[in-house]
Design a protein around this ligand. Structure first.
Ligand code: ADP
Ligand code: ADP
Length: 218
C-alpha cells in the first residue's frame, strides 16, 4: 500500500527557480528510504510537499491515500497532525518543558485528555530508550537524547510516515549512529520512515536511496 505518491510533481518558486522538475516517487507502507542529494537539489522542497506544508505547482501529491490538492488548508493541517511525524536537524523542542511534556504537546491535536497524552508520551519515551529521562528538560539532555525526544514526539501519535530532515546533522557521529539505529528499530516495528540527507554514507546504510540532482530524481 503506497503511503507517499508523487506524480509528475513540479515546484517553481517566484523568480523562476524550478526546485522540482517532474518528480515521480512511490513509497510503500513499511519502507525505510533516504532522499539524498547535494545542497540545492530540491530535498527540502520535496519534504515540504510530502509533509503537506506546501502544495506543488503541478502534478499530484497523495499522502496516505489523500490527494493533497483536494483538501482545504484546514483538512491538510488535520492530516498533517494525525498522519505525519516530523524530525528536524535542530530538534525543535520547547526549552522550558520536560521530555514528557514536549512529547505530550505533540498530541494536542489527538483530542485526548492531558493525562492520556502524558501516558502515550511516556510510552514513546520508553520506546526510544529514554524511560529514565522523563522529567529532564532539553538543556539537561545530550544532543543525541534531545533528538530521541524529538523522535518520540514524532511517533507518539502513530503517524503513517515519519519524515526526518537531516536528523543527524547536529550530532557527533556516535550519537548520530544511535539516532539512525533508532529509526531502523522503529521501521522494523512498522513505521514508514523517510530520511533526507546530503550524507551518502547515511543514505547508503538504508535499504533504499532516492538520489536527487538539480530538482530531479536521478
Ligand atoms: P535542498 O534541500 O536539496 O538544499 P531546496 O529544496 O532547499 O534544496 O532548494 C531547491 C532550489 O529551490 C534551490 O535552488 C533553492 O535556492 C530554491 N528555493 C528553495 N526554497 C525557495 C524559496 N522559498 N523561494 C525561492 N527559491 C527557493
Ligand atoms: P554528551 O557528552 O553526549 O554531550 P552530556 O555530557 O551533555 O552528554 O550529558 C551526559 C549525561 O548527563 C546525559 O545522559 C544527560 O542526560 C545528563 N545530563 C547532562 N546535563 C544534565 C543536567 N544539567 N541535569 C541532569 N542531567 C544532565
Amino acid at each position: 500500500r503506497p503511503v507517499i505518491e508523487l506524480n509528475e510533481v513540479t515546484k517553481s518558486y517566484p523568480g523562476g527557480v524550478h526546485a522540482l522538475r517532474s518528480v515521480d516517487l512511490t513509497v510503500d507502507e513499511g519502507e525505510l528510504i533516504a532522499i539524498v542529494g547535494p545542497s540545492g537539489s530540491g530535498k527540502s522542497t520535496m519534504l515540504n510537499l510530502i509533509g503537506t506544508l506546501d502544495r506543488p505547482t503541478s502534478g499530484t501529491v497523495r499522502i496516505d491515500g489523500h490527494d493533497v490538492a483536494a483538501l482545504s488548508d484546514r483538512q491538510l493541517s488535520a492530516l498533517r497532525a494525525r498522519r505525519i511525524g516530523f524530525v528536524f536537524q535542530s530538534f525543535h523542542l520547547a526549552p522550558g518543558r520536560d521530555a514528557v511534556t514536549n512529547v505530550a504537546d505533540g498530541l494536542l491535536y489527538a483530542g485526548l485528555p492531558q493525562r492520556e497524552r502524558e501516558r502515550h508520551a511516556e510510552k514513546a519515551l520508553v520506546r526510544v530508550g529514554l524511560g529514565d529521562r522523563l522529567k529532564h528538560r532539553p538543556h539537561q539532555l545530550s544532543g543525541g537524547e534531545r533528538q530521541r525526544v524529538a523522535v518520540a514526539r514524532a511517533v507518539a501519535g502513530d503517524p503513517a510516515v515519519l519524515l526526518a530532515d537531516e536528523p543527524t546533522g547536529n550530532l557527533d557521529s556516535a550519537s548520530g549512529a544511535g539516532v539512525m539505529d533508532l529509526l531502523r528499530e522503529l521501521n522494523t516495528s512498522g513505521t514508514t520512515v523517510l530520511v533526507i540527507t546530503h550524507d551518502h554514507e547515511i543514505a547508503g546504510s538504508l535499504p533504499r536511496q532516492v538520489p536527487m540532482l538539480d530538482g530531479q530524481v536521478v
